[in-house]
Design a protein around this ligand. Structure first.
Ligand SMILES: Cc1cc2nc3c(=O)[nH]c(=O)nc-3n(C[C@H](O)[C@H](O)[C@H](O)COP(=O)(O)O)c2cc1C
Length: 188
């Protein structure tokens, strides 16, 4: 484990004004243990195509992304929901990191999932579709508390504080549980 533990934050929206990105920033701000969080950009990753690994040098952006994920201790996924599932850029990043076969950079890394939506349901479908991939990728994923953040359009202020106190305390508790989970998994 690096000291302090380092966490890659993957945001499933590429949108400039993304509500999800604001939630990710707010979560980082709520880290109780001062761990080292870094939002890792996924928008520049070429679409996964196995030929690029098999026949030539893989795209530099894939290599850099794989090295970055390999170097961290844990991964926090913060994602919107597209058509009741995971947005394509995030699924692409997961696929890129999972290959070449036998060299997945995700293997064994503790993870947590937060889904975000301006709607009422809070991205439940995306959250659980993502969890399905994390099972296969052997990423021990925080089970409780679950985080389905609905009505998120005005949830986070411009300074990345969580506006409503009950939501702020819920998210602080979520981050506390996540950091304990990382320590537990990494300690074996
Ligand atoms: C292609 C597409 C599909 C969407 N499907 C859903 C959906 O299944 N559930 C939902 O709650 N919102 C859905 N939305 C609305 C998004 O929640 C909304 O655009 C949100 O702002 C996206 O997150 P962001 O603000 O972080 O970019 C969809 C939006 C798009 C563009």
């Amino acid at each position: 484990m690096t000291t302090p533990p380092s966490i890659a934050v993957l945001v499933g929206s590429l949108r400039k004004g993304s509500f999800t990105k604001r939630v990710a920033q707010a979560l980082i701000k709520l880290s109780p243990g001062g761990l080292k969080y870094e939002i890792v950009e996924i928008g520049g990753l070429p679409l996964f195509n196995q030929d690029l690994d098999d026949e030539a040098a893989p795209p530099a952006a894939w290599t850099a992304f794989r090295e970055k994920i390999l170097s961290v201790d844990a991964v926090l996924f913060v994602t919107p929901e597209y058509n009741r599932s995971v947005p394509a850029p995030l699924k692409n990043a997961i696929d890129v990191g999972s290959r070449p076969y036998g060299k997945s950079v995700w293997n064994g890394k503790p993870a947590a999932v937060v889904s975000v939506s301006p709607g009422a349901v809070g991205g439940f479908g995306a959250n659980h579709h993502l969890r399905q991939s994390l099972v296969f990728l052997n990423m021990p994923t925080l089970q409780q508390p679950e985080a389905y953040l609905g009505n998120a359009a005005k949830m986070i202020a411009d300074d990345f504080t969580v506006v409503a106190e009950p939501t702020r305390e819920f998210l602080r508790g979520f981050m506390t549980a996540f950091e304990k989970w990382i320590a537990k998994i990494v300690a074996g």
